[in-house]
Design a protein. Sequence first.
Length: 311
Amino acid sequence: MTARFLSSTKRRRTAIAVGVAAALTGVLAGCGHSGTGASHPAAASHSAGSAQAGATGAGSTLRMVGNQGHRLAFHVTAGHQPAIVLDAGGGLDSSYWKTIVPVLAKKTGSEIITYDRAGMGASDAVPGPWKVRSAVSDLEAGLTDLGATHDVILVAHSEAGEIATYATRQHPGQFAGAVLVDASVPQFSTDAEVARVAAATQAQVDALKGKPVTKADRQLLAVAADYVADQHAYHRTAWPVSVPATVIVSEQTPFPTSPPDAQAWRAAQAAFAKEASNRRLVTAAHSSHDIPVDRPDIVEAQIEAMVTATR
């Protein structure tokens, strides 16, 4: 990696909180460098926007989609159906996938969809606590507007794993398979881990209150508001057995300086993968939680494999 890349990555990761169980983790690390080790909790009307270059590159088209009074930015790279949908982690927008999108488009020929969740990128902010059901509604509104209503390959990083879980449960027939990239899975959100994350986050949340904040800080505060109750509910939720999933876990996990949490994360990923015969576990060697940045080759290969398996 170049010095410029390392520098920009480090600045980005100190400015945001990338997602853990509910979306927000205190791993503020540069590429391969350990962070603090503290963890943080993290009926629609549609309208098409103008065609222009999106956050994922010059080859994409921007579609603004309305849902429940706010607008969301979806970026589409043309290709054949079924579509591959990429959903970034907490505090990140669609530009997170900008190096992976053109590679996938070339190798698979599939339509590639990325989007900015509410409050991120070009999408409108929504006041109040973050609710996964609202995030699922936003994703579904966009996919419906874009006609991606069957055989979708869903790729979810970090916090987006929670959105993917609820979305696939709600509409299992819409998704042909999923690739979960160091993603939040229900097995991680035990009472013990939820309590640890909430406690570790409180000081940072208190420090942000009443101060000017970034978009990612607002996301952290929104998720933290109802974190404990939301995660207890998530722990009782199960991924639908009819939807195949590949689970990619990072070597470092989101907790590179906290062995107990790192072990709990690995155990949760393994437990999820073992629950059904149509799931598999892949370890991304030499990778931080940001597998799409550190090891895009692994992410691309597993998405290709899922596309091939579901044709």
